[in-house]
Design a protein around this ligand. Sequence first.
Ligand code: PMP
Length: 392
Amino acid sequence: RSMSSVTIPPPACILRPLEVPYRYLFGPGPSNVPPRVLASGSRPIIGHLHPEMYEIMNDIKKGIHYAFQTENNMTIAMSGSGHAAMECAVFNTVEPGESVLIAINGIWGERVAEIAERMGANVHKLVKAPGGHFTNIEIEKVGKHKPVLFFLAHGESSAGLCQPVDGIGDICRKHNCLFLVDTVASLGAAPIFMDKQNIDILYTGSQKALNAPPGTAPISFNDRACHKMFNRKTKPVSYLFDMTHLSNYWGCDGKAVRAYHHTGPVSGFFALRESLAILAEKGLEESWRKHKEVAAYLYRGLEDLGLELFIPDKDLRLPSVTTISIPEGYDWREMLVYIMKHHQMEMTGGLGPSIGMVMRIGLMGYNCEKTNADKALHALADALKNCKKSKA
Ligand code: PMP
C-alpha cells in the first residue's frame, strides 16, 4: 500500500447522528441551560479579534462587575472551566518558594493546594472535615506562616457549605496576604461583595447558577493582586494563563492594540454574555432571595421524607447545592442510578473527602424553582421506596 492511502476507516459510531438525552441536571453542575442562552451560543461565529467581539467581551466584563460587585479593571473570563480560573489565580499571584495558606474543608481546598504545590509554592493547610467551616479567629492565627495568598471556597459544593467571608479580607490585609475566594458554586445563589468584602481575587464558573454552558470562567483581580502579579521576578508557569497576555486580550492593560494570544471560545462568550444579562435583568437580590426560598422549601421536603441535612446549621448551608447524609440501609450509588434511570435526573454523591458521606442536590439559577424541588423530592421518595437494602 502506498503511504498516501487511508488505512483507518471512518468509525461507524461517528457516522450515526448525534444523540443527546434530555436530563434534569439537579446535581452540582452543569445545570440546565435556558433556551435563550443556548440560542445565543448558536449564533454565527465571528473572529475573536473583531471589534464586535471586543464589544461583547467588554459587555461580559461589565456583567462580571455587577455579578461580583466590583469595579476592578482587571476583570476577564477565562477560556476554560473553573479549574482554569483556579490555576490562573494561583499561577499569576504566587512565585515558586512563596508560602500560601489553603483552607481545606472539602475537595476545592485540596485542589488549590495541589495546584499551588505543582507550581512550587510552599503550601500550608488549614484542614477541617467536610461540612466544617472556618472562624475568623482560626484564620487570624495563621499569619505565622507569612502566606502571600490565602484561599477559601465561599461555596464548598462537595460538602454543601456556604463559608462566611466577612472580616477575612481585613485579616489578610493585616498580614499582607492576598485573599482568594472561589465562588464557582455560589455566585448568583448567595451574596458576595468583592469590593466591600476586600476580596483580592474572585472567580466563578459559567455552568452553575449562571446557567451558561461549561467552558468559561469569570475572574477578577483588584489593585493589590495586580501589584503582586505584575511585579514578579519569574514568569508564571503557564503561557495560556499568563495575565500579562490575558489582560491585553481583554483590553485591561490600557494598550490601544489587542494582540493575538489565543483564540477565545467565541460561542462560549456569546452564551456567557447572555447568562450575565439574565442575572442583571433579574437582579442579584432577587436571585439570592429565590435560591434561599427554594432551598428552604427543599429542606422541608427532605425532612418530611425522613432525610437528614448534612449541614445542621441552616445559615451555613449553600443555597445552590444541598447535601443530605446517606440514609441508613441504602447504597447511595444504587439510589443515584435508580433516579437517573427512572427519572432522567442527575443527583450526585460526594466528591473527594465527602464521598460516601453525602448525596448532593443542586437547584441552580434557571433550575431553582419549587416545581423542580418537587420533582427532585418525588424522585428521592421513589428511590427510598425501591432501593432499600433487605439485609441492612
Ligand atoms: N470550585 C467549586 C466550588 C466547584 O463547585 C467547581 C465545580 N464543581 C469547581 C471549582 C471547578 O469547576 P470546573 O469543573 O468548571 O473546572
